[in-house]
Ligand binder design. Sequence first.
Ligand code: HPA
Ligand SMILES: [Zn+2]
Length: 341
Amino acid sequence: MADGFASREERAAFIAGVPKAELHLHIEGSLEPELMFELAQRNNVAIPFASVEEVRAAYAFSNLQDFLDIYYQGMGVLHTEQDFHDLTAAYCARADADNVRHIEIFFDPQGHTSRGVAFATVIAGITRALDDARTTYGMTSKLILCFLRHLSEADAEATLDEALPYLDRIAGVGLDSSEVGHPPSKFERVFARARGLGLKIVAHAGEEGPPAYVHEALDLLKVDRIDHGNRSLEDPALVRRLAGEGMTLTVCPLSNLKLCVVGDIADHPLKTMLDAGLHATVNSDDPSYFGGYVNANYLAVADALDLSRADLVALARNSFTGSFLSDAEKARHLAAIDAYA
Ligand code: HPA
Ligand SMILES: [Zn+2]
């Protein structure tokens, strides 16, 4: 095995032990089938599944849109402040179990306000659980509001208006949902306004969309990070630019496998990205739908690509250097990782 691991178990133990940050996690995508059933019952919402097993069996996707259709249906069970709290608290417990010490999580307010759930309800439930996680686990967090790119820029503008009273709890804005046909350029003005408000900027780009969308995210949205970014590898000049700018990519191996962005985990480009000097990180995206939280994602690529101890340390370091923590907080986490290097 690469670089001094005597066995898979030893590599798994290393992954489990090293402190990590998660930078690409849709909180609605952490809704486990068991909680979906509990909330459906609590809120008297009908769901088209008879059992948890039936729900899991429905999680077979050929592409991003297949998944999104089920994802938006699943979040329909979320109604009250307590629901959003319970969802977020369950995720924080799973992250803590993986020794994830800092989280930067997405939420999709338009997926809720469009169903009549108030923005205030969503943010109150999520932030109460994040505050609890800080107390209980010492876990720090940032919240990122994602605009749904299949909707209009005017809808995104209205959502940013709704967020204005809560900017003390929102670190940044992002762009998610159906990528192809909805390029970053569609949202240039609303992202300019968000930047003017002092918000950090991220965008999903190059998951299914072409390298040109990654260029647009950089040039037009002026992103601080790229979410996914896989298809950047098709454009050598773009790879050189991303590496040169030290741009963080939030890569999601099990998501890529489940959404057929890669045909086989052994073909995942993570090692190629690291070797090209890209600042890649490993994240779970929508763990309940894609079959694993952070450590499962690290382990899947570590096994398939025979990642070395140095690779794994680089990934853990990248997760903090690419975060929106202060330099002092980053330094504290990096010092903790040094014990593993
Ligand atoms: O992986 C994703 N891609 C785009 N939109 C999303 N919304 C939740 N997960 C995703
Ligand atoms: Zn995502």
